[in-house]
Write a protein that binds this ligand. Structure first.
Ligand code: AHM
Ligand code: MG
Length: 314
């Protein structure tokens, strides 16, 4: 079987230069460390909440802070990293003055699921950035995107612009290639949406969901986007977190730079689609680091139906 290291070696000098290989190796090592911490968190007193609130106004969990520190340390070990941007940090952090790549991450996505022992994840994206101004670019500028899913297995899902590869952590702490070319099936009768927010959906989303239910689609909602994404990679379907029609200025729940963009790049690389209404997620020009956007992605045919519902209402 191919290890993550062998996979990196085979691509060194093609899409990946020596510097990006180091960045990826250190990110993978960080996810292995986070996975380790999660396995025994109840034994180590790492459950519950802290008194600290992050820039999003959310109370941080001890594991949010620990995972953020582990990811920051991975950036510091990578000589070519210029900046780190995180859900848990107010603004970008300068790492190496002569670095050329920014690493943008959500260190622990779905952390409200931690204490109930449900899958959480780390989402990351690598872009070229020598100055802080370079960070605010559209998702098309991403060189690498991926996530680690910490569930019954720890999985690492990655795109370096050539399809999507999936790795699984073995019992010696080594990521092994388990799917060399992951694809999202174009059609599947399954949707993921927080149905409790139904009264805040726009008409296009409401119409699609009503139609889906009438046509026998199933519903799933983990509350960790990484876990919902991983299901879509494995058996298709769509994920929707639309804007709140009563609070359009809020933009949505999920963040563009470290949630929507990396997942958008992965989904497109696997043959799926990722949109916000009539626009493609990857084409949004960001205006701020923690900008929130509506998010719809998954099986291409299903996303196209939702896109058509938006087009009809323009
Ligand atoms: P987080 O990054 O603070 O964990 O928030 C993002 C999560 C996503 O993983 C998930 O899709 C969403 O928030 C869940 O929202 P809800 O509380 O509406 O179920
Ligand atoms: Mg998140």
């Amino acid at each position: 079987m191919t290890t993550f290291e062998t996979y990196l070696d085979a691509r060194n000098g093609t899409v990946l230069d020596d510097d990006l290989v180091v960045v990826l190796r250190n990110i993978a090592e960080a996810t292995r460390q986070i996975s380790d911490k999660l396995r025994t968190s109840s034994l180590d007193g790492l459950t519950g909440s802290t008194e600290v609130t992050n820039v999003q106004g959310e109370t941080q969990k001890p594991l949010d802070i620990l995972s953020n520190d582990i990811m920051l340390e991975a950036c510091r070990r990578s000589a070519s990293v210029s900046f780190a941007v995180s859900e848990e940090l107010d603004t970008e952090v300068a790492i190496h003055a002569d670095g050329k790549y920014a690493v943008i991450f959500d260190p622990l996505d779905g952390s409200s699921n931690l204490d109930v022992n449900v899958t959480v994840g780390t989402i990351f994206s690598v872009i070229r950035a020598t100055t802080a101004d370079d960070i605010l670019k559209s998702g098309r500028g991403q060189l690498i995107a991926g996530y680690a899913a910490y569930g019954p297995q720890t999985g690492l899902v990655l795109t370096i612009g050539q399809g999507v590869q999936m790795f699984t952590l073995n019992d010696e702490g080594v990521y092994m290639l388990t799917n060399a070319d992951a694809k999202i099936v174009p059609e599947a009768k399954e949707f993921a949406i927080n149905a409790a927010r139904r009264s805040s959906w726009d008409d296009a989303v409401a119409a699609y969901i009503e139609d889906a239910i009438d046509n026998g689609h199933n519903m799933r909602w983990v509350g960790s986007m990484v876990a919902d994404t991983h299901r879509i990679f494995n058996r298709g379907g769509v994920f929707l977190y639309p804007a709140d029609r009563n609070k359009p200025a809020s933009g949505g729940r999920l963040r563009l730079l470290y949630e929507a963009n990396p997942i958008g790049l992965l989904v497109e690389a696997a043959g799926g689609a990722a949109i916000i209404g009539t626009t493609t997620i990857l084409d949004i020009e960001p205006t701020s680091l923690h900008q929130r956007v509506p998010v719809i992605f998954g099986s291409k045919t299903e996303v196209d139906k939702i896109s058509a519902a938006y087009q009809e209402r323009v």
